[in-house]
Design a protein around this ligand. Structure first.
Ligand code: TXA
Ligand code: MG
Length: 337
């Protein structure tokens, strides 16, 4: 199969519609990361998404809809705080988990009685969702466990020859996946941190919890149980007070003939570069780090044999999401090895 990369146009959108209505999958730009979408009503198409990604069968998908889509047909009982949050943040990088009305394929939610719904703000995503006028089940368009894609090229690298079309909207400005928010209880609870932060949700909803899995319990957002977002090169992670150890590791790798590389925030990146080290600069703010993280992880796997991350010192806001992805990518924060 040829994999075409095309900007959204009348032609490419008509082709995307044709593919999705005929049980196929199309990758598309969103403001967070690229998604790999199929008709959420279509069991076979949803199954194909799991197969393409090599995704564990107990990790549910998000249903994406356009901004005028009436989600009341897909959900039961939307709490009042959720209406306020929708008003404040949608379209945008916030996924809301509701009691499901059971209308989409049961495979989307992996048999859970809830449904995650997202209304992306990306013009490319909106154009596609309008064109099909259906809920589109879409995980990030990467192979399971690999780094999420933030350019059409990244999607192509993972799925060349296996999907017919990638709708190219350029680089994703957000850079990490949407915040996943459980809206089935008395107050909203963050299941996956992202660009819509706890502070932002609290301001609108009055309260916001953060889900923490109890030992032994099945996680509420099953995706969070897996090692994720990992580059294919070797990785190491050091605290901001462990720089000497990190430098020793760098030297060891270099002496062994490898190509070590640091990943760290700007101030440290500048001083390591002055010492002649190979460095990828994450930026200074949470927003910058979110935007650059996956791009740099993908770059590292082509350029380095060992990627050494040094813990950033920035805290709060979007950094919750950045830390979550960073520690998962470096195998620091998971149930699994
Ligand atoms: O920004 C995003 O959310 C991107 C773009 C493509 O929209 N999508 C994305 O999908 O990140 P994925 O499949 O890589 O991650 C979906 C997350 C997983 O952690 C999954 O467990 C959780 O959402 N999730 C999906 N449905 C859920 C549900 N009913 N209850 C709890 N968690 C759910
Ligand atoms: Mg993903």
């Amino acid at each position: 199969m040829q994999t075409e990369i095309a900007k959204a146009s009348a032609d490419s959108l008509a082709r995307a519609r044709e593919i999705i209505l005929n049980h196929g999958a199309v990758a598309f730009h969103t403001e967070t990361v690229y998604g790999l979408g199929a008709n959420a009503f279509d069991d076979g198409a949803v199954r194909r998404i799991f197969e393409l990604k090599g995704r564990p069968a107990d990790n549910p998908l998000i249903a994406h809809v356009h901004k005028d889509y009436d989600i009341s047909a897909l959900t039961d009982a939307i709490p009042a705080y959720a209406e306020k949050l929708r008003e404040a943040f949608l379209p945008g990088p916030l996924t809301m988990v509701y009691p499901s009305a059971g209308k989409v394929s049961a495979l989307v939610s992996c048999g859970l009685d809830t449904l995650a719904i997202r209304v992306p703000s990306s013009l490319t995503a909106q154009a596609l969702l309008k064109e099909v006028n259906l809920p589109v089940a879409a995980p990030s368009a990467n192979r399971s466990k690999h780094v999420s894609p933030v350019t059409a090229r990244h999607v192509y690298d993972d799925f060349c020859g296996e999907i017919p079309l990638i709708l190219d909207g350029g680089a994703c400005e957000g850079g990490i996946e949407s915040t996943v928010l459980d809206c089935t209880g008395e107050i909203p609870v963050i299941l996956r941190a992202g660009l819509v932060t706890r502070e932002m949700i609290e301001r609108v909803a009055g309260a916001c919890g953060v889900y923490e899995k109890k030992t032994g319990e099945r996680p509420k957002s099953p995706g969070m149980a897996y090692k994720h977002y990992s580059p294919k090169c070797d990785t190491a992670y050091y605290g901001s007070d462990e720089l000497n150890m990190a430098l020793e590791r760098y030297e060891c790798e270099r002496e062994a003939g490898g190509t070590p590389c640091f990943l760290c925030e700007s101030a440290l990146a500048r001083s390591l570069a002055q010492r002649g080290c190979f460095v990828l600069d994450l930026g200074e703010t949470g927003e910058q780090m979110a935007q650059k993280l996956y791009e740099l992880l993908r770059r590292a796997e082509d350029a380095a044999s060992l990627l050494i991350a040094i813990e950033p010192t920035a805290r709060g806001g979007v950094m919750d999401g950045v830390f979550n992805r960073l520690t998962r990518a470096f195998g620091r924060n998971t149930d699994e090895a």
